[in-house]
Design a protein around this ligand. Structure first.
Ligand code: ZN
Length: 173
């Protein structure tokens, strides 16, 4: 089992940087980083994690939805590694739902996101993948994708009235 990594917290400038494209998939450092990101997201009860959150400014994230203490109703999926992800198309419809972030502990906010997105990314094996994501998994993708562009979910909350503590959030679900 690989080690869990330290999470960069809001205020750390790395969370505000544009991350670099990944072009060295066979690099051992990169493969190790992927393993460590998976270990970290699982151990921290996350449903996704982006490389800049562990102070590695690369266009790479893990989507790993499953029910846990922080997201009791998340759908189950295998952790999926997405390198150099892109949004090719999206629904017109947007939906608002609660989000949190391992880099912003203790806070949830209502964030508008596209209900569905058509995405393209390179998998861990180097194969280009195209996928249509909807609802919660589409939300995770959009949240993590924002991290690659220096955006955090608080930037998309429309009113401070739509921010609550994690303790309050867990009373509601
Ligand atoms: Zn986040």
């Amino acid at each position: 089992m690989k080690e869990s990594l330290e999470i960069a917290q809001l205020g750390n400038p790395i969370l505000r940087q544009q991350a670099q494209l990944v072009d060295n998939l066979s690099d051992q450092h990169l493969q190790r980083l992927i393993d460590e990101l998976i270990t970290t997201v699982v151990s921290q009860n996350g449903v996704g994690i982006a490389a800049p959150q562990v102070s590695q400014s690369y266009r790479l994230f893990i989507v790993a939805s499953r029910p846990n203490l922080r997201y009791p109703h998340a759908p189950v999926m295998e952790p999926t590694v997405m390198l150099n992800p892109r949004i090719i198309a999206h629904s017109q419809e947007m939906v608002k739902d609660w989000e949190g972030c391992l880099s912003i502990p203790g806070i949830r906010g209502l964030v508008p996101r596209y209900r569905s997105v058509e995405v393209e990314y390179t998998g861990r094996d180097g194969q280009l993948q195209q996928q249509e994501l909807t609802d919660f998994v589409a939300r995770i993708f959009q949240h993590e994708y924002d991290h690659l562009n220096g955006i955090v979910f608080l930037d998309r909350v429309e009113s401070t009235q739509e921010m609550i503590t994690e303790q309050e959030y867990l009373k509601r679900v």
